[in-house]
Design a protein around this ligand. Structure first.
Ligand SMILES: Nc1ncnc2c1ncn2[C@@H]1O[C@H](COP(=O)(O)OP(=O)(O)O)[C@@H](O)[C@H]1O
Ligand SMILES: [Mg+2]
Length: 210
């Protein structure tokens, strides 16, 4: 099994307060892990630590560099002046390049098409609905062909059809060997990926494996 993510005894603090308190987790290629838990239990902090956006106070994280991260929607800056196509294209670039290639543009377009937003390519993101903007961030995440995809509550506020489409995309990524880590509030999501595992976070620790 190829490991895509290995987190060992991770501790993440805000100031002196440990928010994630000794979490270990391994996710292999083609595996799906759901992270559940109450509001404030540390799920987003954990995903930011995995993504490399917050430093670990102790412990280690090893992960594939081909990682995409979609933050919780509430953290998005809707007023940022950018077009849909520009946002999606940034997802193709590892490391960042000044110019995009023909294949980058094709990957971005294919991702927009998969999420039904190809008709919005030239729109400013501030003109989109919440559901459309979520699709933009998802398209950005998948167009770089990630080996590890981190999704922080991607289903919140999605309508039934978008929800279905997202899970179809996730199944395709898993079949291609991508590892997927998804924070979700909705326990019924877990049943949608039969081979998925789930962990419950409470007070920054793993409180259960379901
Ligand atoms: N930037 C921050 N500075 C200080 N405390 C924070 C910050 N972000 C989150 N917290 C605190 O960390 C705890 C866990 O938050 P979070 O990881 O967002 O939880 P969840 O995603 O499970 O709802 C909460 O008590 C929250 O108030
Ligand atoms: Mg959160």
């Amino acid at each position: 099994m190829t490991e895509r993510l290995k987190l060992t005894d991770a501790v993440i603090k805000y100031g002196d307060i440990p928010i994630v308190n000794g979490v270990s987790l391994t996710v292999n290629a083609g595996e799906m892990i759901f992270i559940t838990g109450a509001n404030g239990s540390g799920k987003s902090t954990l995903t930011k630590g995995i993504a490399g956006l917050l430093p670990l106070s102790s412990g280690t994280v090893e992960r594939t560099p081909l990682m995409s991260y979609v933050p919780q929607y509430e953290e998005a800056d809707r007023d940022f002046p950018a077009r849909v196509s520009e946002i999606v294209l940034t997802g193709t670039q590892r490391p960042y390049k000044l110019f995009t290639s023909r294949s980058d543009r094709k990957n971005a377009f294919d991702a927009m098409k998969a999420l039904g937003i190809d008709g919005l390519a030239d729109k400013q993101i501030k003109t989109l609905s919440g559901g459309q903007l979520r699709r933009v961030f998802l398209a950005r995440a998948i167009c770089g062909k990630p080996e590890l995809l981190l999704l922080d509550e991607p289903c919140a506020g999605l309508d039934a059809q978008s929800h279905e489409e997202l899970f179809a995309i996730i199944r395709g990524l898993l079949a291609d060997g991508c590892a997927v880590v998804m924070v979700t509030h909705d326990i019924s999501d877990i049943d949608l990926i039969s081979e998925g595992r789930s962990i419950r976070i409470s007070g920054g620790r793993i409180a259960g494996y379901e």
